[in-house]
Design a protein around this ligand. Structure first.
Ligand code: NAD
Ligand code: FES
Length: 282
């Protein structure tokens, strides 16, 4: 018996949202936690953040970007189809208090990971300023949803096709320069963006939390695939994270490790796309 997809929604050119029937995860998941799924017996395991859960209906929302073979395969599934494994909740929940004014930054697809955090931060009574950055207008996701749960929302695009032209971190840098009081920052997105956020907030001493996305295999601290260096010590993102203090993370090492399997991933994706073309599914 697998885990049924009860709802499918297309969010953007390559991003989709699924609502999955998974009562155990729905009952136990907290913001910041993730699941590891496997589409079928031959499939690889991929970690995805729990974007929302409905305890009563026993369903869990996941949002994913079709970047590799597994996420492309996942994207071909339809309502009523089943996923073989859906393990979780994994990782540590986000530490959320009433900090005061919180600035949250979502870079590209990282905005999907940020969304449940923003919701939980707002529910704790914080004043929430959200900035979403994307390369271009079509890639801006969850804008309406973020407007519903944030007190202020800013959009940036690299090409200036929507909102302010530039990187999402520039909004934060300007606020801090102007002397606006920000008590905590949460930043989720590509590693260079999270590194840039840390560099912006460090001189001001504003505590900054990032959600790391290293390669994961078992998700239980056994395989070591997700190791990251934080505060000079080795940590496992799957059990010690995925959230860490940005000022302590060795982003350069993380970037190097993420690039390690790029060639293999590209070859596997090309083989898969060829297979779908032959089968007439695309
Ligand atoms: P992208 O490269 O298009 O960047 C998105 C935005 O991030 C940019 O528009 C910009 O505002 C900001 N940004 C990028 N580089 C920056 C820099 N050097 N300085 C300041 N801001 C910068 O991202 P994308 O392709 O939409 O997102 C995919 C990336 O996000 C992948 O690398 C993926 O691994 C990562 N990701 C991370 C998480 C996580 O949990 N941290 C989750 C999902 C995806
Ligand atoms: Fe294996 Fe974290 S994924 S130790």
């Amino acid at each position: 018996m697998g885990y049924k997809i009860v709802k499918k929604r297309v969010l953007g050119p390559d991003s989709k949202m699924f609502v999955i029937e998974a009562p155990y995860v729905a009952r136990n998941a907290k913001p910041g936690q993730f699941i590891i799924l496997r589409v079928n017996e031959r499939g690889e395991r991929i970690p995805l953040t729990v974007a929302g859960s409905d305890r009563e209906k026993g369903s869990v929302t996941i949002i994913f970007q079709e970047v590799g073979k597994t996420t492309k395969l996942l994207g071909t599934l339809e309502e009523g189809d089943e996923i073989l494994d859906f393990v979780g909740p994994l990782g540590k929940p986000t530490e959320i208090e009433n900090f005061g004014t919180v600035m949250t930054l979502g870079g590209g697809f990282g905005t999907a990971v940020l969304y449940p955090l923003v919701k939980a931060i707002k529910e704790k009574g914080n004043y929430v300023i959200t900035a979403i950055g994307a390369r271009t207008k079509d890639l801006v996701i969850l804008e309406d949803e973020m407007r519903e749960i944030s007190d202020e929302v800013y959009i940036t695009t690299d090409d200036g096709s929507y909102g302010r032209k530039g990187f999402v971190t520039e909004v934060l840098a300007d606020f801090l320069k102007e002397g606006r009081k920000i008590d905590r920052v949460f930043s989720v997105g590509p590693v260079p963006m999270m590194k840039a956020t840390a560099n912006v907030t460090k001189p001001y001493g504003v505590k900054t939390i990032v959600s790391l996305n290293p390669i994961m295999v078992d998700g239980t601290g056994m395989c070591g695939a997700c190791r990251v260096e934080v505060g000079g010590k080795t940590k496992f993102a799957c059990i010690d994270g995925p959230e860490f203090d940005a000022h302590e993370v060795n982003f350069d090492l993380l970037m190097k490790r993420l690039g390690m399997y790029r060639e293999e991933e590209k070859a596997s994706l090309e083989r898969f796309l060829e297979e779908i073309k032959k089968s007439g599914r695309a």
